[in-house]
Design a protein around this ligand. Sequence first.
Ligand code: NAP
Ligand code: GDP
Length: 311
Amino acid sequence: MQKKIIVTGGSGMIGSCLKDIVINDNNNWFFLSSKDCDLTNIDSVNELFTKIQPDYVIHLAANVGGLFKNLRERTKIFTDNIRMNENILEACNNHNVEKGVFCLSSCIFPHKPSKYPMNETMMHESEPHSSNEGYAYSKRMMEMQCRNYNQQYNRKYICLIPVNLYGPYDNFNLEDSHVIPGLIHRLYNAIENNGDFQMYGTGKPLRQFVYSYDFSRIILKTLFEYNDTKSIICCNDEISIKDLTYLISNTMGYDTDKITNDASKSDGCLKKTVDGSYFKKIYPEFKYRSLEDGIKETVSWFKENYDNCRK
Ligand code: NAP
Ligand code: GDP
């Protein structure tokens, strides 16, 4: 039977990829941006749910950004996300939404865990890294609330835990973006201006990355195929920021000998290595796109959409 499915954050990176993927799907999709409904406002959220009466919800909307935005806007990031998540969850339950997919992040894990790689059971073990404390605690609270709704009201509100995401439709803003879109945009400027290039920080931190379309496909599998409520980590291989910078430079044709670094800029968390074995167990056939291929696609997309992309 055709389902009505709300996608919050439908204008963001993951929402836009999802929209591309479901273009021929028969369900009734509602991709929403903040212009359609400000999710921090409970009255607007209730009005939205009363109007649409969704069967399923995919909650992607968030006040999100890279390390430097998190350091700069820690209070607003916490408040916006706590409000949005709470409003959406309450509306889902009040309107009898049976199933939903909710988006956490690997940066909510402890920064001094008892072991690496961290698995789904370790999220609340100890405090997250201070660089993104506001974001991390708002997401941790959403996980706790999903679990409580599932227990008390027999819902299926499932949390996915992706590592750093990147790809087409990302935010390439020079101040607010995550590392991959930030490096791509800044290298693009360096190439255009025949200028120097500085990687931020020491280059030593390690990060895992998942391509935006891969994560969107996982969201669909979770919504339509997954019958458990256990949270799922979605991750790919790990790379240092330095090697990542060289990979992107080589892809874009920038001479790596000209790269220096600005060690006065924060490194953020040194590593947050997570364990993807539960995901592998439930979806053994799923293949992540390699970082090399994903970077190529993202660089091409950025160049082709330079005039209109978020930057
Ligand atoms: P994004 O590109 O930054 O998009 C954010 C979305 O949230 C936009 O559609 C935005 O709408 C919407 N939004 C923001 N504030 C809102 C408000 N007050 N009311 C309604 N909508 C609002 O995000 P993304 O990268 O696709 O991330 C999707 C999810 O994955 C998020 O939950 C994020 O926390 C999580 N995640 C992201 C990463 C990553 O590296 N990007 C990593 C791990 C987890 P407008 O377009 O109207 O502003
Ligand atoms: P995080 O994974 O939550 O820390 O956020 P980011 O995706 O912003 O990654 C930050 C890491 O990349 C830090 O170690 C930064 O020092 C490093 N980095 C190097 N160059 C850049 C850049 O141009 N932009 C960003 N956001 N980070 C950079």
